[in-house]
Design a binder for this molecule. Sequence first.
Ligand SMILES: Cc1cc2nc3c(=O)[nH]c(=O)nc-3n(C[C@H](O)[C@H](O)[C@H](O)COP(=O)(O)O)c2cc1C
Length: 175
Amino acid sequence: MKVLILNGSPHKKGNTSFIAEKIKEVYAFESDTCYAYDIKDPCRDCKKCFEGESCSIEDEFTQILANIDTYDAIVVATPLYYNQPTGSMLSLLSRFQFFYGTNKKPKEKKAVIVVTGGGGSVVNSADAEKTLRIALMSVNAKVTAYIRSLNTDSIKAWDDETLTEQIRALDDIIF
Ligand SMILES: Cc1cc2nc3c(=O)[nH]c(=O)nc-3n(C[C@H](O)[C@H](O)[C@H](O)COP(=O)(O)O)c2cc1C
């Protein structure tokens, strides 16, 4: 099993990264991690892909798009910013427009959504999760599991005792 991990946090040692790393550690799958804050270019709707050409942007993510069928699952992990994925995560996901433009349907894969928030209510992750599900549809990924740590202002992810069980529950569903 090979997994693509998309990380929307600016903090490589923050709450979101802690959870993404924990999932990796527990399931020991082969993986590639892409940090949204390291990928500077969003899709600019240049329409090159509509002409059957490869993405006009040349960076690390272009390679990931080209190799999408090597992944069996995607983990999308992001903090909530104003109840949505971070702007950098949305910019990164805009690059999936390549599949729409080229009319390519990647092989079906499962996806896990990981959301962290400072705030404390499950209700406030619903909008972000909907947005992520829509973006993941364009890469033929179906969301089958969620991990939430939504009170990080008070309880950091590494102190969140619910996470062990949430991560363990991925066992049958995805990995
Ligand atoms: C600009 C901004 C907007 C935020 N908006 C929300 C929000 O709407 N809801 C929430 O629960 N937390 C919000 N937060 C808090 C972060 O989601 C929270 O601190 C998160 O756990 C940070 O994850 P990280 O440590 O992986 O970066 C916001 C933080 C920032 C910087």
